[in-house]
Design a protein around this ligand. Sequence first.
Ligand code: GLY
Length: 430
Amino acid sequence: MKILLVGDGAREHIIAEKLAADADLYAVMSRKNPAIARLCKKYWIANTTDAAAVAKAVDVVADLVFASPDAVLAAGVTDALVEKGMAAASPLKAAARIEWDKGFMRSLMVRHRIAGLPRHRVVQEDNEAIATIREYGMVAVKPLGLTGGKGVKVSGDHFKNMEEKFAYAQELIAKDGSVLIEEKLIGEEFTLQAFCDGNVLAFMPPVQDHKRAFVGDLGPNTGGMGSYSTGRLLPFMNDVDLEKAQAIMQHVINAMKKEGAPFTGVLYGQFMITADGPKVIEFNSRFGDPEAMNVLALLRTPLPEVFRSMAEGKLLKPEFANQCTVVKYLVPEGYPGKSRADAEVKVDEAALAETGASAYYASVYEKEGNVYTTGSRTFGILGMGGTLAEAEGIAEKGCKCVSGPVWHRHDIGTPELVQKRVEHMKELRK
Ligand code: GLY
């Protein structure tokens, strides 16, 4: 099978690794990711958020296409490649709207009475924004469109006072014409990803991501500093939480079909388990980054077969190993603020192999055989093991095999941090 992948980060590196193991891989990248390039029969460099440029660059007709990053899906790249005669396991632009238009996502939930909906309002006027913020008190202020995970600001975490909330809402109205204001959800977050063929979902193990930059969940939001998974459930979840989240995602898929935009692809649900059960923070139309590394490392069914079954509308049930995983992102000095770009980084592959960890190349570029930072996340380092402590230890050892001006959050996946989540949930459920 010939498979065409569009995208060039660490998430796409593990997708590429899984595809190349059982199929002929082709890729379109906006910047040459040397690790993905090595796995390909052929690759093209093009602006991946320009659907026409991608379609023009590709001179093979693949059996199947999988376009991955959010902005690529929002640009209609899947649509353009389907028009060239390829089958697709990633969503069309109309289906990816569940991610690129948060107003649509909330109104879909309202129209179809989907559970897990927090109090929210999409507003266009400054006065209405101020009134809504006063009414809700503790809020999340969200841009409607894509922001690479960095646009949402929340009371207590990012705002020091009411004035800052008003100012941010007004800033977004001035920039985008509207803003989404929601009640702040209190609880523990988790990610649930599922393969989907338009009708049926096959769920992957749940994962917990860490958005904040610094140890102890402090500092600004990032694209995700690392994540862990522990098999069928996370330590702070119960069966009912999982079943409710799964039912919500199935309801979304049914609703998308009814609205004439059936969803074929990977549906990503981000949930907050609150004292009242799981609530929806948002949906994405793709694998999470870093969460893709947690789940795909465990996948035992060949990924090309899973993708083919999605594209054909006959989803097969993939199998996952029952192990724990920890991903730690190495990021450049200064990230996520004044991040150091164009610094050389090196992976000691022999030492890495001894640790049992894997390194996935993220936002890097290659020049004359050397690898350099761009200013965004650099490498995702994955550890797997029978216990979380084992997986975490392997990921830490893996991080030490990378040289250059990069750093990571040491606390992700540690028993101490995970125990805090468990205690937090126990307290809320009382
Ligand atoms: N890890 C968050 C995301 O992929 O959106």
